[in-house]
Write a protein that binds this ligand. Structure first.
Ligand code: ADP
Ligand code: ZN
Ligand code: ZN
Length: 831
């Protein structure tokens, strides 16, 4: 009987596609295996088998599966359910989820660009097909699979590429150049015959006459390789038997060519061999430390969490900054491991992984795996495969995307800093919230979820206190019983009026910073805006440079002397003259972190200053360096955006300056006050963690704003209570679920018509729940105009039904010819 498979493709398709299985592949395919299939005219993709069956589709002609890539599934049955939940809840396609979930190396398609690995060396001859592809790539190191197929004349080139990927002869091209560690390396040692002083002296003489460059290389080898051996007690042969070097390193040190090297191999002096270099465990220090003993408050919280987990699946740990939440997590992780369970530890941002990794590694050593997007794709593929093996990591520490990893015995999920908005994926789909996804994943696998933070999200607070969906555990003392920092508000409106502001700094802040520097203490300055100035303005006519693709003013980056759009990345040089009035008096307005840095350096020329924002942390090592330098006291003042507010743990910070609270308070979003409170409380919490009470200078023009008073009193409950009352009154989450419907088009007039039509259709099914269409704050991005329709769905109403209706309306829209060019997407639970 003919067999068919339903395949998930990495395309925005709402359903699976069915393919026929050729007879010779019929027995090889299981659910969760990857297959290569043709799609459209000439494309092929890697798909995942969702189902195997014997039902021939009636309404279209079925194509055949080209190749089966896996003998064993790469996706576990439970992961399908998780994907389906995600596509359903976040109103996107399974293809969208698939694209987000798998590392690139596991989902090759004809458009994938592969790259030649110049370090690749093969011990054996490659199959002819593979060699042909490699030859093409060595001539032109980056090519799409499509092009390789054309140029090589080979069929099913994707399998050839897969095999080359497995051998690491090629890589999947990534946007950033990443450091790559090979899986095996070629090492060199003296051949057994040459491990004899007499023979070597003989060789020296001969080489001196015939091949002086080989002699040089041999000398470099001997001087390097013998290091560390005890030449007094060991015989020469014994020392040399244990002495080896990597071939690459040797050639680099000696600046020698491979030909010279091969000469020594041919003479029987050098011997080469390959050695695995455990890439994943390269720095896995197995030496582990015992756990810290919890103090009394921590112990109580720990017991309360364990009690809660007897009856509840989710627990919110609300512990003030530096109360020792991380230590409690470590104890809970140890318990889970002792029961043979796995743990997923989620962090909102890569910036945080460095510190936490070090703390967890000390205790759990090689049982800890780290998964995040700044790792080379090959490493992510390897972690994925390892989690499917019978020796997976017991703990995965990672950001958002680690919820997609396969887990076989998950027992606990920790969502650290659960209030962070970076847990929400913005673009592209799936626009999922990793906290919600983690809770769902845990419940599907029978695991518990712990949400931890000093400043819970209003939603989680509601779920823990009003709706009682989560258990609540509180920890109110700092671990070292140091008081929370003293927060001093400063009215900059008044100071500006009296002309007493020094750039972005009030006299009080400058005084505190000076004192801290004198006492060799550290300072954090927080400004939630990167770049030099948020805006440049013509002083004569008021002209402001705007992005040509988007409706936003450009940010000035002084270091590059450029104007940049933070939405689309468009960059242009700062004009010398105003294009409107030809005036030359262009002035910057406001302060970004870059300008703050300039001013700080001018006022405190002797201080060592570092800046941490998106512009200075493009690579993972850059983050690590900035954080490590500050931790080791190599910098005195750290300036940064919200990145410095995250759960970093520093010893000597005595002063924190919040330069301008107003940009946060004035942000046009219903979460602005909540966010402002969280950011300020968190950044304040970086002060005074070890020795004495810290001080925070909070500069604002809105000195009477209730949020300012709540931050000063660290009155989280007051803030949350006030916000909940407002949200209920104005029908916002957590009382109503929001779905933003975005519409995009190049033609603004047409888009307006589309938006009006769609809103009318939506009103006819959802009635008063529909608001808009409106122009969002940034109403054009990358040449596409944007309109937004808001849907507010009351608690308890069926989201599944809402989804059906939405999809139906969308279909109706797209079925009209004049609306064919409309782009529609949804953002469920927007942040
Ligand atoms: P939080 O995660 O709540 O901000 P941390 O877990 O980072 O707090 O703890 C703050 C500091 O106190 C850290 O440097 C941590 O090592 C230390 N600490 C917390 N609990 C203990 C403990 N039980 N024993 C020793 N040190 C602790
Ligand atoms: Zn002008
Ligand atoms: Zn732009």
């Amino acid at each position: 009987m003919d067999k068919f498979v339903d395949v998930i493709l990495p395309l925005p398709l709402y359903s699976c596609f069915t393919y026929a299985l050729p007879a010779d592949l019929a027995d090889e395919v299981g659910i969760g295996c990857r297959v290569v299939v043709p799609f459209g005219k000439k494309k092929f993709y890697t798909g995942i088998v969702r189902n195997v069956h014997c039902l021939k589709p009636q309404d279209y002609e079925v194509k055949e599966v080209s190749v089966v890539l896996d003998a064993r599934p790469v996706l576990l049955p439970m992961q399908f359910r998780f994907w389906e939940w995600m596509a359903d809840y976040y109103l996107c396609t399974l293809g969208d989820v698939y694209k987000a979930a798998l590392p690139s190396g596991l989902k090759l398609e004809s458009e994938t660009v592969v790259e030649y690995n110049p370090d690749f060396e093969s011990d054996v001859r490659l199959p002819e097909r593979e060699q042909r592809i490699l030859d093409l790539l060595s001539a032109e190191p980056q090519q799409s699979i499509n092009k390789l197929e054309k140029d090589s004349g080979l069929k099913n080139v994707l399998t050839v590429v897969k095999s080359l990927l497995d051998k690491e002869a090629v890589f999947v091209k990534e946007e950033l150049r990443r450091t790559y560690k090979p899986r095996t390396e070629t090492r060199v040692r003296l051949s057994p015959a040459a491990r004899n002083e007499h023979r070597l002296h003989f060789a020296f003489d001969e080489l001196q006459r015939r091949a002086p460059r080989q002699l040089d290389l041999l000398m470099v080898f001997l001087s390097q390789a013998g290091q560390g051996a005890d030449v007094r007690t060991d015989s020469f042969a014994a020392v040399m038997a244990g002495a080896s070097l990597s071939k690459k390193e040797l050639l680099e040190r000696a600046s020698a060519s491979p030909a010279v090297f091969n000469g020594l191999v041919e003479r029987g002096i050098f011997e080469v061999y390959r050695q695995p270099v455990g890439r994943l465990d390269a720095d896995a220090d197995t030496a582990t430390e015992p756990l810290h003993t919890l103090n009394e408050h921590q112990r109580q919280a720990y017991d309360a969490i364990n009690d809660a987990f007897l009856t509840r699946n989710v627990c919110l740990l609300h512990g003030v900054t530096s109360s020792g939440k991380t230590e409690i997590y470590i104890h809970l992780i140890a318990d889970a491991l002792a029961c043979g369970k796995q743990v997923l530890y989620l962090l909102p941002e890569i910036a945080l992984t460095t510190q936490i990794t070090a703390r967890l590694k000390r205790v759990f050593g090689a049982r800890l795996g780290i998964y995040h997007s700044k790792f080379p794709d090959a490493e992510r593929v390897e972690i994925w495969q390892k989690q499917l093996s019978d020796q997976p990591y017991d703990i995965i520490l990672g950001v958002r995307s680690s919820v997609f990893l396969p887990f076989t015995r998950l027992g606990l999920v920790i969502v650290d800093e659960e209030h962070e908005t970076t847990y929400k994926q913005q673009d592209p789909a799936p626009r999922y919230h990793a906290r919600s996804a983690a809770i769902m994943l845990a419940s599907m696998l029978g695991a518990k979820t712990l949400l931890g933070t000093a400043t819970p999200s209003v939603e989680s607070w509601y779920n823990a206190t009003v709706a009682r969906k989560y258990a609540l555990v509180e920890l109110k003392q700092r671990y070292r019983e140091i008081q929370l920092p003293e927060i001093v508000p400063v009215d900059i409106k008044e100071l500006q009026h009296k002309k007493r502001m020094n750039g972005p700094f009030s006299p009080l802040l400058l005084q505190y910073v000076r004192q801290a520097l004198e006492q060799k203490e550290q300072v954090i300055l927080f400004q939630n805006r990167r770049g030099f100035a948020p805006m440049v303005e013509c002083h004569t006519c008021g002209w402001v440079p705007k992005c040509k693709n988007c409706d936003v003013s450009l940010t000035y980056h002084k270091g590059l002397n450029q104007l940049t759009c933070h939405y689309c990345g468009y960059t242009t040089a700062l004009p010398r003259q105003c294009p409107a009035c030809a005036g030359t008096d262009l002035r910057s307005r406001g302060f970004g972190t870059e300008k703050v840095e300039d001013e700080v350096k001018a006022i405190f020329p002797d201080a060592r200053v570092a800046r941490m924002d998106l512009d200075t942390t493009r690579t993972r090592t850059a983050y690590e360096r900035i954080i490590a330098d500050f931790q080791q006291g190599k910098t005195d003042i750290l300036i940064g955006t919200q990145m410095v507010s995250k759960g970093l743990d520093f010893d000597r910070v005595s002063v924190v300056g919040i330069l301008n609270a107003d940009t946060m308070l004035n942000y046009p979003d219903f979460r602005a006050y909540e966010r402002a409170f969280q950011l300020m409380a968190q950044v304040a919490g970086r002060a005074g963690r070890r020795q004495k009470r810290g001080r925070v200078v909070l500069q604002t023009k809105s000195i009477d704003h209730p949020i300012i008073a709540q931050v000063m009193a660290n009155d989280f409950e007051g803030m949350a209570g006030g916000q909940l009352a407002e949200r209920q009154m104005f029908r916002y989450p957590p009382f109503y679920r929001l779905v933003y419907v975005y519409l995009k088009n190049r033609n603004e007039t047409l888009l307006d018509l589309m938006a009006q039509t769609m809103a009318a259709k939506l009103r006819s099914v959802f009635g008063q729940r529909v608001l808009g269409p409106d122009k969002p704050p940034v109403a054009r991005v990358q040449m596409l105009f944007i309109r937004k329709i808001v849907l507010k769905i009351e608690q308890g109403a069926s989201l599944a039904r809402a989804r059906e209706l939405l999809v139906q309306v969308q279909k109706e829209m797209l079925s009209e010819d004049k609306f064919k060019s409309l782009i529609v997407y949804y953002d469920v639970d927007p942040m």
